[in-house]
Design a protein around this ligand. Structure first.
Ligand SMILES: Nc1ncnc2c1ncn2[C@@H]1O[C@H](COP(=O)(O)OP(=O)(O)OP(=O)(O)O)[C@@H](O)[C@H]1O
Ligand SMILES: [Mg+2]
Length: 301
């Protein structure tokens, strides 16, 4: 029995005949903080939508806690860069929304279950917003709005907390503050996080594991092969940074970031499928025989 929180195998997704995700294989264990980076358009948000069950893969399997994704499930939590909150509801009502969905009462503005309110307040406390429960989103700063969005997602107890550029619209100081906040929350609540970001410094600072999704790689199909879609070209553990922002100025940390940039972001640097840095203990890769026929260590399908 596979005990991973998230298990993705042989997943393909195309739009209008164009392959976007090209054979994604991924296993995530409980408690991992996965930072996911990759060039714009490589399919990061698409991958999140597949994990959420909002869309379906053309092929392949996705399971959360051993259950195939596909049936509607309210135990999914996602935080977006913006617009996670409904502007016409208070912070408390926004956090309560998922509970109301679960109870089939989302349409009813008068339905308020006291247990749910107590639980929502306990989550607002965790994100340090207990004094802002009755405020509307426009009355909060950007950082407070994102903390409210995190509470809104966490109250549903998602097996994996999905985040798509959640701090992308914040000013640098608030962003730093929320990064430290999220790390503390991750540790306290033993969360499993899947965090998509454009910012390599943020990715390396936050993650216990780094995943690079990229369309810039080669295989044995030759240069004439149809355009390739995004694939996981690197997956390795990151050193623990002890929640200290000072690490960002450390030369070794900056070297790590430039290595990541080379591995997945430079169209001129294309690694062969047999050379991907897949050294995380949960990493695995399956390829088709024409993609790589020589291999040891890679599972040929
Ligand atoms: N519903 C859709 N219909 C058609 N094409 C789509 C759809 N959703 C995404 N795409 C295309 O799929 C590709 C990947 O998009 P996606 O949003 O997943 O990329 P991304 O890695 O999240 O990019 P960014 O870093 O800019 O957010 C893009 O070329 C996009 O135009
Ligand atoms: Mg995106």
């Amino acid at each position: 029995m596979d005990e991973s929180k998230l298990h993705i195998e042989d997943v393909y997704k195309s739009y209008d005949g164009k392959v976007i995700l090209d054979d994604i294989d991924l296993k995530v264990s409980k408690g991992e903080f996965c930072s996911v980076v990759g060039p714009s358009g490589c399919g990061k948000s698409t991958l999140l939508r597949l994990i959420l069950g909002q869309e379906f893969p053309d092929r392949g399997r996705i399971a959360i806690d051993g259950e195939p994704v596909g049936t509607p499930d309210t135990h999914r939590g996602i935080v977006f860069q913006r617009y996670s909150l409904f502007p016409n509801r208070t912070v408390l009502d926004n956090v309560l929304l998922g509970k109301k969905f679960q109870r089939g009462q989302w349409w009813n503005p008068f339905h308020r279950n006291q247990d749910d309110i107590d639980e929502a307040m306990s989550f607002l406390k965790k994100v340090r917003l207990e004094n802002a429960a009755d405020k509307y989103p426009h009355e909060l700063s950007g950082g407070m709005q994102q903390r409210a969005a995190i509470a809104q997602a966490l109250i549903m107890k998602p097996p994996v907390l999905l985040m798509d550029e959640p701090f992308g619209a914040l000013d640098p100081d608030t962003r730093d503050e929320l990064q430290v906040f999220l790390l503390e929350l991750w540790e306290q609540q033993e969360l499993t996080v899947f965090f998509v970001t454009h910012d390599l410094t943020e990715a390396c600072f936050l993650g216990s594991r780094l995943l690079v999704l990229s369309q810039y790689y080669t295989d044995d199909r030759g240069l004439d092969a149809p355009a390739r879609g995004g694939r996981i070209v690197a997956d390795y553990p990151l050193p623990s940074v002890a929640n200290s922002l000072e690490i960002k100025d450390d030369p070794a940390f900056q070297r790590l970031i430039s290595d990541v940039r080379n591995a997945g972001f430079d169209p001129r640097v294309r690694q062969h499928v047999s050379e991907f840095n897949l050294t995380h203990s949960d990493s695995f890769q399956t390829v088709l025989p024409d993609e790589y026929s020589q291999g040891t260590g890679i599972r040929i399908r």
